[in-house]
Write a protein of this length. Sequence first.
Length: 299
Amino acid sequence: MKKVIFVLVPLLIVGLVWYLFLKPYDYLVTFEARTFPGTINQSIKLWNSTLSDAQLVKQEGLTHLEQTIKFSDSTYLYQWDITPLTDSTSKVKVYVKDLDHSLKNKIEIPFLNTDFEKRTISTVREFNENLNEHISKFRVKVIGKSELKSTYCAYVSVKTTQFGKAKGMMYNYPLLNTILANNGIELNGRPFIEITQWDKETDSIQYDFCYPIIKSDTLPAHPDLKYKQFNSRNALKAIYNGNYITSDRAWYALIDYAEKNDIELIDLPVEVFHNNPNMGGDALKWKAEIYLPLKNVND
């Protein structure tokens, strides 16, 4: 008995010290989501922007984000870890710490149903409900390897955020339509955007909004309008149905698919649009072809 006590007491002391003073979080919430990590990443950021006194403080790739939220006299640190399970599901672990009352929480949590626990569960549940609602509003299907055909096009360049991408398109639709139609320029395909810069940390992008046209010697001049040859390329393709505001969800689906299948991509998406968002209607009936070019030109 003395030997057992001699072994157990030090272990108990070490465990207690770790739990009270070294454990990096006060509470853990885990749930599964019916989507891929990129959608969860973007949904956390969008949800964060709707909260008062909330701030994203760190991001490591798509699968780890840290966020602070202030509640009255406390600041909570939320650490979100996202792990893909299948092509369409992910596990989310949310490690939460009260930066002002961590020791108090750790002492009370094993014995009481604390306000900290209730608030943490309620906050994560709110996010999960928002995520599930968002997931119901779009569909993504990865098709596989395909080819983007070359074309000549008229285009305007736009610098914005991923969330502002569709707004930039809607703003420039009338410009492209009016100039090209008024000058009798013959269209040669569906409008598309070519992402030329993508900063995944800040979600900022730069893209060319393009109208394929028949090349002519008498193309109209306009300070915002340019012309170029879009070259063919091999790419990984997906079909997206939903509001074009969130068509970047298909970018992440393609990246996730490529990682699981050892396919190297160039992270500069191309989106080809089958619908005009200015016309409205059921967004789930909108269609876009989403491409990410293959890094290996021989593929």
